[in-house]
Design a protein around this ligand. Sequence first.
Ligand code: 13P
Length: 290
Amino acid sequence: MLVTVKDLLMDAKKRQRAVGAFNVPNLESLRGVIQAAEELDVPVIIQHAEVHEHLISIEEIGPVMVEFAKQAKVPVAVHLDHGASLEECVKAIRLGFTSIMYDASLKDYDTNVKETAELVKIAHSVGVSVEAELGEMTNSAIGSGEGRLSKASDFGNADLFTNPQQACEFIEKTKVDSLAVSFGTVHGKYMMEPNLDFERIKAIRTATNEAALVMHGGSGVSEADYKKAIAAGIRKINYYTYMNLAAGKAVKKECLTQKDEYFFDELSLAATNAIKENVTGALKIFNGLD
Ligand code: 13P
């Protein structure tokens, strides 16, 4: 059943849990994520990142995502991840996405406020919710991170983290429904153990009167850290790199070493099953089912 991200975030807040939000740039990941959510009977967000346009365009995968969401036995929201332009956000809205992220976090603060507020007006007028980002979420030098590549000195650099008072002002001025906050996670494969600032999440949660806070760079984090982040106030966890790696490992281990010849559909199924298993593990933790 197709739902809005806003509904899922309200439900997550009530349950003091986080909704898993998974990037799905191919049918293997789309099917693996939906199957995992249905088997556990939990809601889920499927999202298309603008940086994955080289893998599959929003025009190709968007309608398929919306159709999978409608057919699913659990509530599914369809979200644009890291929309970088007004055009991409409007395209997602027209394709039936129920939520968009407008990411102007690398622009100066005033521009981020102004552009995000404009997008919120447009999206809210057609019932679509908006996520924005404040603070800098850097990328691991390894893997499929998004946006800006981090310098080693950026890793864990608290100067780039979200300021709680500014987060409160940003939400008041823009009226966004959820906010991606920076507290030590990075996109892509972790080069070293992340050192997460849970006190900062709590401070942002208090300053923003319990706004829905989003964790990007959410795969590759330990179970204990997920639990602490959710207890501190994280309500949506963006997850991709480690389910993508799980699929790659499964194809290599289960297939490429055993026979001389393979049909592609064998590899595709191995990848789907590995993604489903990896996502099942994450969804259990996010929904307190472990
Ligand atoms: P990972 O790279 O940690 O999977 O994060 C994905 C993400 O934050 C998408 O926006």
